[in-house]
Write a protein that binds this ligand. Sequence first.
Ligand SMILES: [Zn+2]
Length: 132
Amino acid sequence: MTESAVFDARSRPPAEVEHWTCPHGRHAGQGCVTCYQAAADADPALPVWEVAAWFTSARPIPIRALHDVHRHGHHFALDQPSTPLIFLLTGQLRAAQAVEAVAGLVGFLVQNRHIVDEFTVTEVRAVHSLTG
Ligand SMILES: [Zn+2]
């Protein structure tokens, strides 16, 4: 079974973006620390999601902080594609719904303000992991 969901703040009408609100009332693109913590301690019966979030940062993120992500969120990786100040955070999370997985991934950034203090999520993807 494959299910995917794409959220693109630039092209979707507001009604669809609204749909991306986690059970705690946080917009997935703004992140939810509760979802992040829930995913870290999730029921093993829940599906695993491969989540990707592109975001812009007000300031450059030091290379050391990029590498630090591996240490803090063990299934997460933060990469810098070629465009300056655009970053890609990817990770695997266990959650009942895609929106919780996305809110949890972005919640990692909220939780770790030393990595990025000001960010704007521009696009996210959540796909059921076939390996999970
Ligand atoms: Zn939440």
